[in-house]
Design a protein around this ligand. Sequence first.
Ligand code: FAD
Ligand code: SF4
Length: 502
Amino acid sequence: VRHLVLVLGDQLDADSAAFDDFDPASDVVLQMEVMEETSYIAQHKKRIAYFLASMRHFRDELIARGRRVHYVEIDDPANTGRFETEIGRAQRRFKPSRTIALEPGDWRVAEKLRRLPEPPEIRPDRHFLCSREEFANFCEKHPRPILETFYRAMRRKTGLLMDRENQPVGGAWNFDAENRKALGRNSPAIPTRPSCPPDEITADVLRLVAKRFADSPGKIEGFDLPVTRGEALAQLDAFVTERLPLFGTYQDAMRSGEPFLFHSVLSGPLNLHRLQPREVVEAALRNKGAPLNALEGFTRQIIGWREFVRGIYWQRMPHYADENALDADLPMPRFYWSGNTDMRCLAEAIGHTIDHAYAHHIERLMVLGLFAMLLGVRPYEVHRWHMSMFWDAVDWVSLPNTLGMSQHGDGGIVGTKPYAASGNYINRMSDHCRHCRFDPRQSVGEDACPFTTLYWNFLDKHRRRFASNVRMRNQYSNLDRKDGAELRAIRRQAAAISQRVT
Ligand code: FAD
Ligand code: SF4
């Protein structure tokens, strides 16, 4: 064999650089299902099934293209369960003159490959619109990189949503002010997401997961995720025609029993490289009936945030994982695994996660993440929980979003201020508080909303760090209106909440 081409579970792109000079007559593809990857962190059953079913379908797509694939299934008795040993086994068997791999998404996996006795040739990952080198150069020019500057540079570089004079379409870079509407009684109906019923290959995987990963978190029932490129493209198409027009307007809204709303639910196929970011944005921009606030908002998520967090990850790993700027030291509350809490917003968001391995961005940031940050949970633990519970969770995107954006553990790299809010924010953006036993306006007493109590306690506790942040001036002037007795009561109640939930 000339080349052994390694394809990791999140690199399912038949046109990646790993295949550039692929010769079907003399090269072999290696795909491995290794136990270590499904067990180094406990994982949602749907996440495991999504990865395995996608990998197996990709194998068949490659074979259909005439490529020879050596595929090691998880229950193959000869499978040693680790990347290192499986690559070694394949190298001994095929004796390739060269092993080729794409740069891995995760720092941990990149280290494993680098330390192999016969390390592979690593090729750049063209999936991303901004290479690691380009991001490093951007950081040299902007030592405190912020999303907005990066996003504008990406718009100029890609030409996406730019007019003939290379100015932003519509005369503005950002339409966020139009994208904060809550759903009311008379809001438009929410289109149903098309389902992807399991075929035989997926059904096999579902049986395997139900048996072998019975103790893993989450529900396997109702699995309907897009595991082929064709299904991913069909999901993209349905999103663009049916949900994109209202994506922007209701981007931050939450509603009981509605996990998906107008979101795309495309993070899974994007992260496994079944879809390319550029094709996703171009498909959206072809919908001429969608308003600019939706098109811009969606483009920003993909060519802005997604590329930005990946850049930050590779700039700051491995130390990034240990950052804990707010010295948070509590463990994850136990109810995050069961949804068993009388806080209605958390029960809803955790319920969506257990059922679908999905919660949308605002549920992740302003409910699940917010409560953990206000409480003071160790940021890396929040990341680990996140990795355990979401179908789209991979280290390079979960870590900066969780430890950075949602927990402010990086001290202000991903976001310049903590996303701190009280129960009043959740009340404004959802219908949860109406069905909850707590009152979002109250910070002390029997009926006080734990978010509101913890919010004031958080501002008080971190006064030295944040009081001089101009973007938090209003929050601190509101805190300063509270008298000593109220503040003492808030501190006492916050301590009692911590004791109760951890
Ligand atoms: P949509 O709302 O439809 O957005 C479109 C696409 O934009 C997404 O599919 C995604 O690819 C991209 N995107 C949007 N926001 C972000 C962001 N902040 N960072 C990176 N990409 C973004 N996303 C993941 O893909 N994997 C994760 O493990 C992950 N962990 C997160 C953890 C926390 C605490 C938070 C606050 C956010 C996290 N995100 C993660 C980002 C974002 O919440 C998800 O990408 C999004 O909710 C996925 O649902 P969707 O496809 O319906 O997204
Ligand atoms: Fe959540 Fe507080 Fe509203 Fe209850 S009152 S749903 S705990 S924000």
